[in-house]
Design a protein around this ligand. Structure first.
Ligand SMILES: *[C@@H]1O[C@H](CO)[C@@H](O)[C@H](O)[C@H]1NC(C)=O
Ligand SMILES: *[C@@H]1O[C@H](CO)[C@@H](O)[C@H](O)[C@H]1NC(C)=O
Length: 201
């Protein structure tokens, strides 16, 4: 690996740090909101605005992370196996399908559904099961990971694949926190609905 990746470049480490920082930040922010309504308070008591604020922050952090990633790749050595028309075609396919997963997921979930609205008490009426959720349970994460891999191939840089692995692990860890937590939020609503139903009878 040492010959393929230039570990002496600070931009490589900065990129890895920003990749790890983003999901860590939004998980901590969302849990703080869930337990203490911190973001809602910051937004003047309106959960919807709090969620929009978090959405804008996460969106901007994502753009910064992508810019740092591209800059890091520019300082890294290339590899002939990752260059040429085949690699370029694969790069376009990965970025294209990755973006399709991300954008169709945002389209299906809306802003509050995409950006952790459940932690603000803004729940989806029912689970979205159509595309892209019939392809993968976490289209945002998979789509984003595919775009990272595609960009690595586009530039022909092995360091990009290493950073893509960091993305993959960071998202895996984030999901292991998020999935059980959101399941519990929805399970709680189901329990409350049942109790509410009994009281109404
Ligand atoms: C919520 O606030 C309490 C008391 O201020 C604090 O102890 C707790 O750590 C906070 N919880 C989160 C998830 O931030
Ligand atoms: C997912 O749903 C879309 C339309 O809702 C459909 O066209 C597609 O074939 C489905 N994919 C899978 C893997 O089931």
């Amino acid at each position: 690996m040492a010959g393929f990746v230039d570990f002496s470049q600070p931009s490589l480490w900065l990129s890895a740090a920003s990749i790890i920082f983003n999901p860590t930040f939004w998980n901590i922010a969302a849990r703080t909101e869930y337990h203490n309504k911190t973001l809602t308070k910051l937004a003047g008591g309106k959960p919807l605005y709090g969620c929009y604020g978090l959405a804008a922050t996460i969106f901007c952090l994502g753009i910064v992370r992508d810019m740092i990633y591209e800059r890091a790749l520019r300082t890294q050595p290339g590899h002939p196996l990752m260059q040429g028309p085949l690699a370029q075609a694969l790069a376009v396919a990965l970025i294209g399908s990755g973006n399709t997963l991300v954008l169709s997921s945002m389209w299906a979930l809306g802003i509050t559904g995409t950006y952790l609205g459940d932690y603000f008490g803004i729940l989806m009426d029912e689970m979205v099961t159509g595309f892209p959720f019939n392809v993968t349970g976490s289209p945002m994460y998979w789509g984003s990971t595919m775009s990272f891999a595609g960009t690595a191939l586009w530039f022909g840089k092995p360091a990009g694949l290493l950073l893509t692995a960091v993305v993959f692990v960071a998202y895996k860890i984030a999901l292991s926190f998020e999935d059980p937590f959101t399941s519990e939020i929805y399970a709680k609503r189901e329990r409350e609905r049942k109790n509410g139903g009994k009281k109404a009878q």
